[in-house]
Design a protein around this ligand. Structure first.
Ligand code: NAG
Ligand code: NAG
Ligand code: NAG
Ligand code: NAG
Ligand code: NAG
Length: 535
């Protein structure tokens, strides 16, 4: 606190660390599995995700490619866990993902040195980007030499740090009933071939050690935020103190589709990952028969039950734990609609590395592809362009309207089952699961209260202009090929900005009907070009 205000007044710089929930709300997060993002010298290390081996990605590799991430418009990076992991090969391969802790006090040497992690942190801060680190304090990993042996008898606890005694862990029992919360918190994840030793987090000495550890880690590496893995496996009362000690924004992973369940954790953590909506969103957009009613009802229920509505959630389409969206459908239009969702949602958008490249890996470990196989190419990558536009329009909305980030999104009822209209002023997102061979139609009546008669609007994804009907005041939008639209008043566009600058200039000149027709034809040709480029 003191340091911050001193620095602000004396040197006119605000240190980027100690970022609060409010600081994070406007951010857009790119999630990285360090081992798979970039090697330090860009050598194209061979990497078959199915082999579950280390592939050679490092913190230095990430530093080298921050331009790639920043150019798409992300201003925060979430990295996989940094602590030393077990080094033995297990029945489930190597610990390349970082979730099999052996020693909390030492960094994973596979990813670089402490100096490298500090360099990553300062490289991000130099760009006004935030560093989010994934942390796991529920368990350690053990590799029994004889899988039929019972842990702990055969296990050498002294190989772990700083918890070195059998008494530092809950007695062995594997979780079999996920609906029994006592069991979820007291028993173990994993199985006999890879037991995940559950730390006794009720023990005050252990609790103190974990608090000190997180405090030191955040300060040492100037971490701006935490992503807390497996948060539902530790009692809720643990989290407030733990994240208080960390002193930075903390977003928890509560893997559940039950809003009542996940909402409890919004009382003790700054934010949770929006898993319940992820389930219904995935169903809604992965199939032309998907159901928008359950998506809308999950959103509304979450807005009602969560401590800050959905505004303090991480919204995502993909992550390291779930099959990639294009493993559910090959329809590029459905994919583009799904990808749009987190950016027009109340929460903080999160994109999982490789999503922008259209990676298609299914369940773990196939969804851990090496990004270097894409050569970090951005040219003719439709999802890269799509996300760049989405980040830009979200920033524009944040800068244009003070309460954009705290105003909850609403749905404007539609008569077709295969469309959804999401209003989050100044944005109107028109999404559909009609698919690439259909035309989708939305109608926004005047009494929705969004626009005035005759106003000119632009879809920033295609630069297609629309006019609100000057007589009825309603807006009708058609989208060929079932593509999503993100619409706002043309006057919000800046001719010096990055979005539809031609249209912005026209808007500034108060376009005549003639101009409109001409630019409409031009955009239509552009639209076809866009469509063909992703085939
Ligand atoms: C790149 O780094 C790897 C791993 O450290 C090393 O094996 C390889 O020789 C390096 N390649 C070049 C061209 O320096
Ligand atoms: C593993 O443990 C079981 C039970 O203790 C024992 O019967 C078996 O011989 C052991 N196997 C090896 C390879 O040590
Ligand atoms: C829940 O799990 C605990 C710990 O394993 C067990 O003692 C208890 O009986 C379980 N409760 C129910 C209702 O099954
Ligand atoms: C959802 O979670 C609530 C609160 O934990 C619980 O009472 C309820 O039984 C759960 N519902 C289902 C369907 O699991
Ligand atoms: C259109 O969707 C179908 C599946 O419905 C898919 O097979 C095809 O590849 C898609 N084409 C494009 C360009 O998305």
């Amino acid at each position: 606190m003191l340091f911050r205000s001193l620095a602000t007044t004396l040197f006119f710089v605000v240190p980027a660390f100690a970022a609060s929930a409010a600081d994070w709300r406007s951010r857009s997060i790119y999630q990285v599995v360090i081992d798979r993002f970039a090697t330090a010298n860009d050598s194209a290390s061979p990497c078959d995700p199915k082999a579950r081996k280390y592939c050679g990605g490092t913190w230095q590799g990430l530093i080298n490619h921050l331009d790639y991430i920043q150019n798409i418009g992300f201003d925060a990076v979430w990295i996989s866990p940094v602590s030393a992991n077990i080094e033995e090969e297990t029945a489930y391969g190597d610990a390349y993902h970082g979730y099999w802790t052996r020693d909390l006090n030492v960094l994973n040497p596979k990813f670089g040195t402490p100096g490298d992690l500090k360099s990553l942190s300062s490289a991000l801060h130099d760009r006004d980007m935030y560093l989010m680190v994934d942390v796991l304090v529920n368990h350690y990993a053990a590799t029994p030499t004889n899988i039929s042996d019972k842990i702990p008898q055969s296990f050498d606890f002294s190989s772990l740090t700083p918890f070195t005694s059998v008494n530092d862990f809950h007695p062995q029992c594997f979780i079999t009933d996920n609906s029994n919360q006592t069991e979820v918190e007291q028993c173990w994840l994993g199985d006999a071939s890879l037991p995940l030793l559950d730390i006794d987090t009720e023990n005050p000495t252990n609790f103190e050690m974990l608090r000190n550890w997180i405090q030191d880690l955040v300060l040492e590496y100037h971490i701006d935020g935490l992503r807390i893995s497996a948060a539902r496996y530790i009692r809720q009362s643990f989290w407030r103190d733990f994240t208080g000690a960390a002193g930075v924004f903390a977003m928890g992973e509560i893997l559940s589709d039950n809003v009542s369940y996940t909402s409890d954790y919004t009382q003790v953590l700054d934010a949770v990952l929006d898993y319940p909506t992820w389930f219904t969103m995935t169903d809604a957009f992965s199939d032309t028969n998907g159901n928008f009613d359950s998506l809308m009802s999950t959103v509304i229920e979450s807005q009602e039950k969560y401590a800050s509505g959905l505004c303090m959630t991480g919204s995502f389409v993909e992550n390291y734990d779930q099959p990639r969206f294009p493993s559910f459908t090959k329809d590029e239009s459905l994919i583009k609609n799904a990808v749009t969702w987190p950016f027009i949602h109340d929460g903080i958008p999160i994109v999982y590395y490789g999503q922008e490249q259209g990676f298609q890996g299914g369940a773990v470990p196939s969804n851990h592809e090496p990004l270097w196989s894409s050569y970090y190419r951005v040219y003719q990558k439709p999802l890269v362009q799509h996300m760049t536009n989405l980040n830009a329009v979200r920033k524009l909305a944040i800068n244009s309207k003070q309460d954009f980030l705290t105003t909850q999104m609403t749905f404007i009822p539609q008569s077709n089952d295969n469309v959804i209209a999401v209003s989050k002023p100044p944005l109107l997102a028109l999404l559909t699961n009609a698919g690439n061979s259909s035309t989708a139609t939305w109608t926004i009546p005047e009494d929705a209260g969004l626009f005035l008669k005759g106003q000119t609007l632009i879809d920033v994804l295609t630069c297609q202009p629309y006019n609100v009907d000057p007589v009825t005041g309603s807006l009708t939008v058609e989208s060929r090929y079932g593509l999503p639209q993100v619409i706002l008043l043309a006057r919000y566009l800046d001719s010096k900005g990055t979005l539809c600058t031609g249209a912005a200039q026209n808007g500034a000149r108060r376009i005549t009907i003639d101009h409109l027709l001409v630019s409409g034809v031009a955009t239509f040709v552009g639209l076809i070009a866009t469509f063909h480029s992703f085939i």
